[in-house]
Design a protein around this ligand. Structure first.
Ligand SMILES: [Zn+2]
Length: 304
């Protein structure tokens, strides 16, 4: 793509005007002038010239776009504010007065039924309230998360899953695993500290690989005896300590179906709250067709 689009120019100008005149780290035009002086003339170099311009513009664009984002992006502002809340107990306490809350009881989120929809009410009051009072006053119920995730709006479900995972983590990290002393959580709940040993504990997720094995034309699914009839799944398993994603995929496929993976490529990832917090890393993996053929004849389908 030819460099120098309207958006790039617009982004480059404010940086040059912000006191960077004369510096190679400044605006687009200044950098280009510096390069033009030692570029040879002639049509045969026009392609090179375009390439150099493209590289220079890309570098300037990246730098200015990143600065532009840092100064103006709503996302960056939001993330930085959230990070401050994690670190600053006083700021977090202030935010609690104006913030809204999800309600949980025994790790089950509170849902309100409004018409045919289930909503996650975001309430401004926080503290210990009686479960039955809440359910009758707010006309809803505390619902198992596995069910809740399927009936609430998508934007609420990931926050709800994260919230439950955090609550569960706090519940199971009340004591220091080195000294056995009680740990204290900070105001935001982003960490717990043992004041006897000085150890800080942060909420954790366990990495899990889930992979769709294919020989290029067919894919391999498996099932467990406990699955309902007709239900199949891609292969999955926890990463062992010290393993990277590719190694975990190769090992899981070898362990579970006896096939050797030739290549692995990443597809997507998702937080999964059950049974405790996991980071599901989805990959595709390719095995040799001949090996897959052998596996088909030796593997027994437990559904049959
Ligand atoms: Zn300790």
């Amino acid at each position: 793509m030819a460099p120098g689009g309207a958006e790039r120019s617009r982004l480059a100008v404010p940086l040059g005007g912000a006191g960077a005149a004369g510096s190679a780290r400044g605006s687009g035009p200044l950098v280009l002038r510096g390069h033009r002086s030692f570029l040879p003339h002639g049509a045969q170099y026009s392609y090179l010239w375009v390439l150099v311009m493209a590289v220079v513009y890309q570098a300037v664009y990246r730098r200015t776009a990143s600065l532009f984002c840092r100064l103006h992006s709503t996302y960056v502002r939001k993330m930085r504010y959230l990070n401050e809340l994690k670190e600053d107990d006083t700021l977090c306490r202030q935010a609690q007065n104006s913030g809204t809350f999800f309600l949980f009881h025994n790790l089950s989120p509170f849902l309100q039924k409004v018409g045919k929809k289930y909503l996650v009410p975001q309430l401004s009051a926080a503290g210990a309230l009686d479960k039955s009072v809440i359910e009758s006053e707010l006309k809803g119920s505390f619902t198992d998360l596995r069910k809740a995730l399927f009936i609430v709006d998508g934007k609420d479900s990931s926050l709800m899953a994260s919230a439950q995972s955090l609550l569960r983590w706090h519940d199971s990290h009340q004591y220091c695993s080195k000294t056995g002393q009680p740990t204290q959580k900070n105001m935001a709940g982003s960490k717990r500290v043992c004041h006897a040993s000085g150890i800080t504990y942060y909420p954790q997720m366990s990495p899990v690989v889930i992979t769709l094995v294919s020989d290029g034309s067919r894919c391999l699914l498996t099932r467990q005896p406990s699955f309902p009839k007709g239900m199949y799944t891609a292969l999955s398993g926890f990463c062992d300590i010290g393993e990277n994603v590719e190694e975990a995929v190769q090992r899981e496929v070898a362990e579970e179906v006896g096939l050797e993976v030739e290549s692995v490529w990443y597809s997507a990832s998702q937080h999964w709250p059950f049974p405790s917090s996991s980071l599901m890393i989805a990959c595709h993996s390719l095995v040799r067709a001949q090996e897959a053929e052998w596996a088909l004849t030796s593997l027994k389908d437990l559904s049959s």
